[in-house]
Design a protein around this ligand. Structure first.
Ligand code: ZN
Length: 429
């Protein structure tokens, strides 16, 4: 089905029409008999790309499936998501990665790109089938033990050496387990002491970030720092990126989550497990440093760390509840609310073009010009959005934004020329 998107503001500048042929490609003139979308007053961006999504299938289909997660992604304006490997079983073989990729294609709402585990079973010791996963149909290029840190320096070094051969990247969950163990759940400080919650100090992240950039430099490889949460990590990244650019032989990239850009550790005062996330929410000074680092390019991308959980895993005393919060449907609005000064070209850079480049997804994140696949999101820029967790397409309700007012709203999403979301609602297949 061909499509004409009429009168959109491309990246917030001049008004234009976008034409999509029936192969799902952007073309330079209106195809005959095309479906029309009135986009007057809407900003057109390339479809968003999420480097960090938990889809829970296989193993926890009560919390999310590849289909329901794809629906949530489309509603959030995404056209590609990277599905983290900490499923049950773990995505640590070519067969498992290919299965996730196939289920994503069957859902057909966004490109679902599997992330492969770095180590077998996320055990942290033996490397997973990195090469086989890369050579599979899924073409895995991003590897992560996310949920756990690859804490053994020798294993991390070997993983970096291995992925270098095919231009892959290791995405690290930076948490030194000797400084912040599995129970650590609250930023270590005055508040964690007062609440009696196990502390998760910023230094536990910073020492791993520092170590990994040195390992990337030593091996001439690529490391990506997942969900950066502290000002100290930003300092390390700033040094490392300058150094990597000068050397030209290795690289470091980093992502920040929407929630770390807007929420602070003070929210834990009521022991509400909705706000239990890993890494934990940090004080305002860290939030300020993260915003500045995203705006100046020290942090490359926004990634949701969408982490759906069934009620019975989240509704516990704070220390026993699962880590994580959902985020696909609200990410763009949270970024717009946290950083209203960020220009639309910058939003497109940090939420689409750069994540696509980091993940090696050549068809995604491209400028909306003829010859590119038609992955488009259309946003009502100044809409006030009040979040209702029960209106979500996700199977889970661990939504920290419920009842909050955010700025901007995803109105339409187009994936490979197909309208997946129209007027804020999913279009059935
Ligand atoms: Zn993580």
């Amino acid at each position: 089905m061909s499509l004409v998107i009429e009168g959109a503001s491309l990246l917030g500048e001049g008004t234009t029409d976008l034409y999509v042929d029936d192969h799902g490609m952007l073309v330079d003139s209106a195809p005959a008999g095309a479906e029309r979308i009135d986009a007057a007053g809407l900003v057109a961006l390339p479809g968003l790309v999420d480097l960090h999504t938990h889809l829970r299938e296989p193993g926890r289909e009560d919390a999310e499936t590849i289909l329901t997660g794809s629906r949530a992604a489309a509603l959030g304006g995404y056209t590609a998501v990277l599905a983290m490997a900490n499923t049950t079983p773990v995505t640590d073989t070519a067969e498992a990665a290919t299965r996730v990729w196939e289920l994503g294609r069957e859902a057909g709402l966004v490109h679902v790109q599997p992330v492969g585990a770095v180590t077998r079973g996320l055990g942290g010791e033996e490397l997973a089938e990195l090469g086989l996963m890369h050579r599979s149909r899924a073409g895995v290029t991003v590897f992560s033990d996310d949920g756990r840190c690859v804490h053994d320096a020798r294993v991390m070094r070997r993983a970096l050496e291995y992925v270098k051969a095919f231009g892959g990247v290791v995405s690290q969950h930076s948490q030194d387990p000797s400084l912040a163990g599995p129970a650590a759940c609250c930023h270590e400080g005055e508040l964690s002491g007062r609440l009696g919650l196990p502390g998760w100090p910023g230094i536990a992240e910073e020492v791993i970030v520092a170590r990994d950039v040195m390992l990337a430099r030593h091996t001439g490889s690529r490391v990506h720092v997942a969900h950066v949460s502290t000002a100290g990590s930003v300092d390390v990244l700033r040094w490392a990126k300058a150094r990597a650019e000068r050397d030209g032989t290795w690289s470091v990239t980093a992502e920040v989550t929407p929630h770390h850009l807007l929420l602070t550790t003070d929210l834990l005062a009521g022991y509400d497990p909705t706000y239990k996330v890993n890494p934990p929410l940090r004080p305002q000074e860290d939030v300020d440093a993260l915003r500045e680092a995203l705006a100046d390019g020290t942090i490359d991308a926004v990634a949701t760390d969408h982490a759906p959980h069934a009620r019975h895993d989240k509704e516990h005393a704070f220390v026993d509840a699962a880590f994580g919060m959902v985020g696909l449907e609200t990410a763009l609005a949270v970024v717009r609310t946290a950083l209203p000064q960020l220009s639309w070209p910058d939003v497109a850079r940090v939420m689409s073009a750069t994540p696509a480049r980091i993940a090696g997804l050549a068809d995604q994140g491209r400028p909306l010009t003829p010859g590119s696949p038609a992955h488009v999101v259309l946003v009502e820029p100044d809409a006030a959005l009040t979040v209702d967790r029960d209106a979500s397409a996700s199977l889970s309700r661990n939504n920290p934004w419920h009842g909050r007012s955010l700025t901007s709203r995803v109105v339409h999403t187009v994936y490979a020329g197909r309208v997946t979301v129209r007027d804020g609602a999913l279009v059935d297949a």
